[in-house]
Design a protein around this ligand. Structure first.
Ligand SMILES: [Zn+2]
Length: 188
């Protein structure tokens, strides 16, 4: 995971705010984890229609939770080889702010295999966090900042019921950051 290049001037304040917000309020109930467990089962049995229905259910529950207008989701079969989203390559999904439409792909591009459940849910949470950037935080754009990735991780681990890891970042050229996976996995 690599953050976007910080924008110059106009959008800088929003970018820094996005970078600063490192967490999301989480619900005390098990609604999202329970829907995600159902998604896992539906993916295992390749029940595509059921996966579609559950993704809609997951996103409307999440939208309700964060008191934002709901977004729509299209669950597609094999993803295109390259999906260009805001200048970055995102291989498993995208989000269009004008239509609040999330697209996620269930199969890999080349071998047409089912995407792993972890990757799929992580993508769903990632794209939903783009939705939150516009609808909850009111940012003029939705950048991949450290805060963005951390918010997406908080939601993902809640949805899967897995422990949240502290993410360690290393600066790279151009004012960007990447995750230091060694330290992150070690936890120190
Ligand atoms: Zn993204």
């Amino acid at each position: 995971m690599l953050t976007d290049v910080p924008p110059r001037k106009a959008n800088r304040a929003g970018f820094l705010e996005s970078d600063r917000i490192r967490t999301l309020d989480l619900p005390g109930d098990g609604r999202l984890p329970s829907i995600s467990t159902s998604i896992e089962l539906a993916m295992k049995s390749e029940a595509t229609e059921e996966v579609r229905r559950l993704c809609t259910h997951f996103l409307s529950a999440a939208s309700e939770l964060y008191k934002v207008p709901s977004c729509t989701v299209r669950v597609l079969a094999a993803r295109p080889l390259r999906v260009r989203e805001r200048g970055t390559f995102e291989l498993f999904g995208d989000y269009h702010p004008e239509t609040s439409l999330i697209r996620v792909w269930m199969r890999t591009a080349v071998r047409k295999e089912i995407t792993s459940f972890g990757t799929f849910v992580s993508t769903l949470c990632h794209e939903f966090c783009h939705h939150l950037d516009f609808q909850k935080f009111g940012f003029s754009d939705s950048w991949h900042t450290r805060g963005f990735y951390e918010r997406a991780a908080v939601l993902y681990h809640h949805a899967r019921g897995t422990p949240l890891k502290k993410l360690f970042w290393v600066p790279v050229a151009g004012g960007r950051w990447r995750i230091d996976w060694q330290r992150t996995n070690r936890g120190a």
